[in-house]
Design a protein around this ligand. Sequence first.
Ligand SMILES: Cc1ncc(COP(=O)(O)O)c(C=O)c1O
Length: 439
Amino acid sequence: MSASIHTRPVPHAPATIALHARPRRGPGEPLGGCIAQSTSFTQLAVGDTPEHAYSRVSNPTVSDLEFALGALEGAPPAVCFSSGLAAETALFLSLLSQGDHAVVSAAAYGGTVRLLNRVFARYGVETTFVDATDTSHVRAALSDRTKLVFVETPSNPTLDLVDLAALSQVCKERGVPLAVDNTFLTAAIQRPLDFGADISVYSTTKHIEGHSAAVGGAIVSRDETLLSGLRFVRKATGGIQTPFNAYLTLRGVETLPLRARQHSRGAGAVAAWLAKHPSVALIRYPGLDSHPQRALAIRQHGGFHGGVVSFELRGGLPAAQGLLARLRLVRLAEHVGGAQTLLTHPATMTHADVPAAHRRAVGITDGQLRLSVGLEDPADIIADLGQALACGACEPRASDEGLNSAASGACDGADTAPLGARDGARAGVLAAALAGGAL
Ligand SMILES: Cc1ncc(COP(=O)(O)O)c(C=O)c1O
């Protein structure tokens, strides 16, 4: 399966790129893509090096995905990994050595914080976590040892934004590469490289694959030296994506721009509804005028603001627990970006391994919920949240099990004692979860 992977697509809109940016292999190409499920590829003779020889190093299906992801950002083919964290690991291994320093947005995915604090710290890499919503904090944290600035925007789960144009200017002045975790918006909505960033980082597991079927990661850059360094680390450490996951992810890419718009429209409608609900104490969505960085969101996001909303109920954790138990359509899961709407409890799930003080500093409270708005009709999501919140003051019935039981039937208003007053077991489950580890 030879491919001229250097065939660059003519510039088009993202929806067109997502469908057409593939290596061209001539007549007879399978339009539905091809899964090269093979460890190895035959060679003509000793010393003859085919484009793909061994699938830990490269693979035709993975290359197809890499071509498409690079093209979405006007970049050469991306480098794809087995997960978002494998991508981050390879990036840190490429750019950071013993004694080096990284400046990272404190508001970031919990696994990123854990990777730096509990793995890279052991190898002498120091990290300073800063409030990157203010560029001056990043500038102040830079030192001669700083070899990477890594930020997430919008951040998981607080939806804080980083001014990429301002920050990339600071990084350029200091000669430090800027990497942006763009998982929540994807290139369909925000292209970090266009704002001067050097590297876009993705968990393709989320909106890019989009169907909750394949874990994966990717790094996009226009810097060929950096890309070849990443390919070397991937070869040396073995974190490449599998062909089947690459195939599934590429199917997701085909509809990514379409889904990004629909996720955003749904999230906008649900966020606006939640913002007016009397039980909601706090809501964050970059598409709402109440977002503290709304002007930046308009400047930086391509007209849409993604599918993730975070909110907190007036009743805090007990009310959140009651809501989760009452939902019928929306389910509890550790995920964003899938086709179905999901709720996550960051303090016990995605960010459980982030020290409690760090969580508090970035605004992740024990009562906060993260909603990943799917592709359902937003009216159905709102109706489900509505019926569950109407019971928000009610204690889940004794028959409810776990945090998100299949509770059915409307609240009969009979159980009005605060959550936890009678249900010690449920409170215990959550307390144990708050003390436990994260994925
Ligand atoms: C913003 C962000 N970056 C990176 C990751 C890590 O991705 P993965 O789970 O594919 O390793 C996640 C996972 O939730 C995430 O939300």
